[in-house]
Design a protein. Structure first.
Lengths: 91, 426
């Protein structure tokens, strides 16, 4: 069973309007590469030229911010849910 | 730069959206991030020449006593939803000033804003006006409480469907103050950052107007009016120093934008204003980054009584740090005990009962004075953003209790003498 990825609205143009996609990946870094394999062009939106996730994007694995885990090295296993969420204002 | 012009109605002064990071232009729709380039936040772009030609101190003073006297600076095209939001009192706080050792202290009291007693009425009035213009029939938000109150109330007034999301552990007053307007209320088991993440996911698939997500560029502009009003209420002058609470950091950046815009169009003389921010120690990602000299935020998991500002992953945190650094201001955090003392101090000296966010602001104000970071003679404005009656749980164990007496003079006299020894008159 692969990893489920929740795609934010602004990126759904890369995924043929799918809000959820499935990829095979053992880490967040691998997941980013796997997304690029399936949806060419999406990686340049997610990461800067150094391959780092853009600072206004939050990535969660099973609801936990990867900055509380191992950032882009965070391990993934089958059945995990990864959510990509642009930063939002609050209150 | 070529910005698409979509808002062309005669009264509109805004021309589109633009990425705050890379400058990429977008049409003025329901979108909040730079989806074509860098995912930075989008900001409204105005035609300041048009504003300058249209606006003067006199035209503003002749406008309604609400935020809509500044409508030329706000991103709407048609008639606003005007529920009397804004133009809240600016109090000269002489007794609090004396207690702290200041001479020119003012309190901007948005705890009595309309209709729901917090500064959020400003942002929601703008967001729902724009939501209606963009054709939304259902509005929503992720909220620490005040935003839910405001969204539910103003949606009720405007006849919009409303579904709002809050963390499930909020104060009773904030839950009740939402439910009374009969929206659908989702109390999410989790903290605000988790609520926000869920709402982003809901926004992906439901065609709703989320005031703090896909309507964020419009919503956040409402906070600028807290800058405009202070200028006008100080007699068309800028203060020297402001102190405001920091949650996402948006309010802080928009007060600054409001000051800058009034300078830009010639409504007020330019002056250097220092910006200082207040956080609770139990949720201080911006204060921590500031103290460590970082320009990036490391998220935290909130644990504080100041729930209305308990955002562990503040989107505008980097901008707030930049403003504090560039203006020579400061960002400090205070403990829950200090927050309660701050609430009591403001109430006892000025007759203003604020919630925990306001207690945080007053406690940080006190701390900054003690650290010598505020000059006693400076014209300082502390922004009080919410009302204490919504968070009574925070202070219920820290205040006195009534003397219960019989309806007889001797019972009163006995209690009065006990009261005199408990509260010797100063």
């Amino acid at each position: 069973m692969p990893v489920q990825v929740l795609i934010p609205t602004p990126l759904q143009k890369f995924t043929a309007d799918q809000a959820t996609v499935a990829v095979e990946a053992a880490s967040v870094d691998q997941l980013l590469q796997a997304l690029e394999g399936q949806f060419p062009g999406i990686l340049a939106r997610l990461c800067d030229e150094n391959g780092k996730l853009r600072r206004f994007l939050n990535v969660y694995v099973n609801s936990e911010d990867i900055r509380f885990l191992d950032n882009q090295g965070t391990a993934l296993k089958d059945g995990d849910e990864v959510s990509i969420v642009p930063a939002v204002a609050g209150g | 730069m070529g910005v698409p012009v979509t808002a062309t109605l005669s009264r509109s002064t805004f021309t589109g959206l633009r990425c705050k990071e890379c400058g990429h232009p977008y049409e003025a729709g329901a979108r909040h991030v730079c989806e074509d380039v860098c995912f930075g936040p989008l900001e409204v772009v105005y035609d300041y020449d048009a504003i300058r030609s249209r606006v003067s101190r006199a035209t503003i003073e002749a406008g309604p006593t609400s935020i809509w006297r500044y409508r030329d600076f706000l991103p709407i095209e048609g008639e606003p939803i005007d529920v009397g939001t804004g133009f809240t009192p600016l109090l000269k706080a002489n007794r609090l000033a004396r207690r702290l050792g200041l001479a020119n202290l003012f309190i901007k009291n948005d705890g009595v804003n309309m209709p729901t007693l917090s500064f959020k009425d400003r942002v929601v009035s703008v967001a729902l006006t724009r939501a209606r213009e963009l054709g939304f029939t259902t509005v929503s938000c992720a909220s620490t409480g005040n935003l839910a109150n405001s969204t539910a109330a103003i949606a009720a007034h405007a006849g919009l469907e409303c579904c709002v999301f809050i963390p499930s552990d909020l104060e009773l007053g904030k839950v009740l103050g939402t439910l009374i307007y009969n929206p659908t209320l989702m109390a999410v088991r989790g903290n605000y950052d988790q609520v926000n993440r869920l709402c982003s996911e809901v926004a992906n698939t439901y065609g709703w107007g989320f005031v703090n997500i896909n309507l964020r560029p419009y919503y956040s502009e409402g906070s600028k009016t807290l800058g405009y009003e202070v200028i006008e209420q100080l007699g068309w002058q800028l203060p020297d120093h402001i102190v405001a609470p920091l949650a996402s950091g948006s309010l802080f950046t928009k007060i600054r934008k409001g000051f800058d815009e009034f300078i830009k169009v010639g409504l007020v003389e330019e002056k250097h204003v220092r910006f200082s921010g207040a956080q609770a120690e139990g949720c201080a990602p911006i204060a921590l980054a500031f103290a460590e000299g970082r320009d990036f935020i490391t998220p935290v998991k909130p644990h504080t009584i100041a729930k209305s500002i308990a955002i562990g992953n503040p989107a505008d945190g980097p901008y707030a740090i930049d403003i504090a650094n560039r203006t020579g201001g400061s960002i400090a955090a205070v403990s829950d005990a200090e927050i309660i003392e701050g609430i009591k101090l403001l109430a006892e000296t000025e007759g203003v009962f604020t919630e925990t966010a306001g207690g945080t602001t007053i406690a940080v104000l006190k701390k900054l004075v003690e650290q010598g970071r505020i000059d006693p003679g400076e014209t300082t404005v502390a922004y009080i953003t919410g009302n204490g009656l919504k968070t009574t749980e925070a202070v219920v164990d820290a205040i006195g209790s009534p003397y219960t007496i019989d309806a007889r003079l001797d019972s009163f006299q006995e209690a009065w003498s006990r009261a005199q020894s408990a509260h010797p008159s100063s």
